[in-house]
Design a binder for this molecule. Structure first.
Ligand SMILES: *Cc1c(COP(=O)(O)O)cnc(C)c1O
Ligand SMILES: [Zn+2]
Length: 428
């Protein structure tokens, strides 16, 4: 392990299974007693944190990126961070959609607006900082696509080499991103789970810095910044409910951690109920939740969903995901692929936010949660869009078809326009 630099607010890393603690080395990934399952949590000294940062000092900090929260992150105060603008994404109040759903307060946090167009930039930015701290020369990750694109893009911004493992079935746009950013790309003939196992093996064999989700404990810490932003954007009045889609469970774990930190600091007076949204065809955690199963012994499932970013047969960050829902008094819900596709168009048409399937799944989950009476009309609700719709144009076209949205092919004449307006045009 690389000796740890002094991280002002960090106490240690702690195994979520046995509670054993470890120094916060940048390349300490898991508890050796528990192997790949031994996910570590970064434990902070909140009184130290409170001396270094406050809502008042933040109000006077012009930096809009996740690094405005440096004293709350496992980084040194002089850490060199990648130059791309990660974080600082908009939180939109959505009156029209709220009204349709019978809600009084609904916001969409649009992380499709990150530099590589997904939430994963929050974690990959952290990976770059930790890899440098570890003195690594190459960073690697397995990914369904977005974590890889995020790592490749952020690495490109500082000229750091990456080796990426994605399932050969990943959408074209995501593979295109990897190749244009200059990553070394391995299209693994197999599932994400196969790519994940291979990546861990390769990282070990070649000594690469390992960014893998549900393995590198610092990824949740990058992801938790979304909750800091939401809370700050709402003037430290925490929402009552947050909905987010769940594959490996790292994002939802980070969402919880962010609110947990703020609650420990006394900056918010409650932790929101966190609702994890899974696709029906990739429902490992939702099923474990519903049946009270132990996720350390529950076997993998066969995952199939149009929402490729949340397709995970064995969610790697399942301990943090279950903790997020349990400790926040939240729930898991599942949504069908058709509901996800419909959600893409509905969210776009009512809010102007264009989401990829996994992003829109969170909104589909909101409708499901309302059906199940998990949310009250007066609750203050935030839906997180985790990925941009341009990531998966094929699914967006299917979403438009489901709503019978059509384009007309016309000759360049005003008469043709008139024919279309009067309902006599040829549909494309
Ligand atoms: C990765 C991802 C998710 C799910 O995050 P997990 O940490 O795997 O649960 C959701 N939406 C998008 C767009 C993603 O890229
Ligand atoms: Zn352990």
């Amino acid at each position: 392990m690389t000796p740890s630099a002094p991280l002002p607010s960090v106490r240690h890393l702690q195994c979520l299974i046995c509670g054993k603690t470890y120094p916060p080395e940048p390349d300490r990934y898991v508890c050796p007693d528990h192997g790949r399952e031994g996910i570590l949590d970064v434990i902070y000294d909140y009184s130290h944190m409170a001396r270094a940062i406050s809502p008042q000092s933040l109000a006077a900090t012009p930096d809009p990126t996740i690094w405005r929260y440096k004293p709350m992150l496992p980084v040194t105060s002089d850490a060199v961070v990648p130059p791309l603008t990660v974080g600082g994404t908009p939180l939109y109040r959505t009156e029209r959609l709220a009204q349709c759903l019978g809600l009084q307060h609904l916001w969409v946090k649009d992380d499709g607006r990150e530099p590589t167009a997904s939430f994963k930039d929050r974690a990959s930015a952290m990976a770059l900082v930790k890899a440098r701290e570890a003195g690594a020369r190459v960073i690697t990750t397995a990914s369904t696509g977005n974590a890889a694109a995020a790592l490749a893009g952020l690495a490109a911004s500082v000229g750091f080499p990456t080796v990426i493992f994605v399932p050969a079935s990943a959408p074209q746009a995501k593979i295109a991103q990897l190749l244009t950013y200059g990553a070394q790309v391995m299209l693994v003939e197999g599932s994400y789970d196969d790519a994940f196992d291979l990546c861990l093996e390769a990282a070990d064999a070649f000594g690469w810095y390992n960014r893998n989700t549900g393995y590198n404990p610092y990824m949740s810490e990058g992801k938790k910044t979304v909750s800091y932003e939401i809370s700050e954007q709402l003037h430290w009045q925490a929402p009552d409910v947050v909905l987010v889609s769940v594959g490996d469970g790292c994002i939802i774990g980070g969402v919880y951690k962010g609110f947990y930190d703020l609650y420990q600091l006394g900056w918010i007076d409650h932790i929101p109920r966190i609702i994890g949204v899974q696709a029906e065809g990739s429902n490992y955690l939702a099923e474990a939740w519903a049946k009270g199963e132990d996720v350390l012994t529950k076997p993998p499932i066969q995952a199939h969903t149009v929402a490729d970013s949340i397709s995970a047969g064995l969610p790697r960050d399942r301990l943090k995901a279950m903790r997020a829902v349990r400790e926040s008094g939240g729930a898991f819900v599942t949504v069908s692929d058709e509901a996800i596709l419909r959600a893409i168009a509905e969210l776009a048409q009512y809010t102007g936010v264009f989401a990829e399937p996994a992003g829109a799944a969170a909104y589909a989950g909101l409708k499901q949660a309302l059906d199940q009476a998990l949310i009250a009309p007066q609750d203050r609700v935030v839906v997180i869009n985790t990925g941009n719709g341009l990531k998966d144009v094929a699914s967006a076209m299917r979403a438009a078809e489901l709503r019978h949205a059509r384009a007309y092919r016309i000759p360049p004449t005003l008469a043709a326009v008139q024919r279309v307006l009067s309902g006599e045009g040829d549909m494309l």
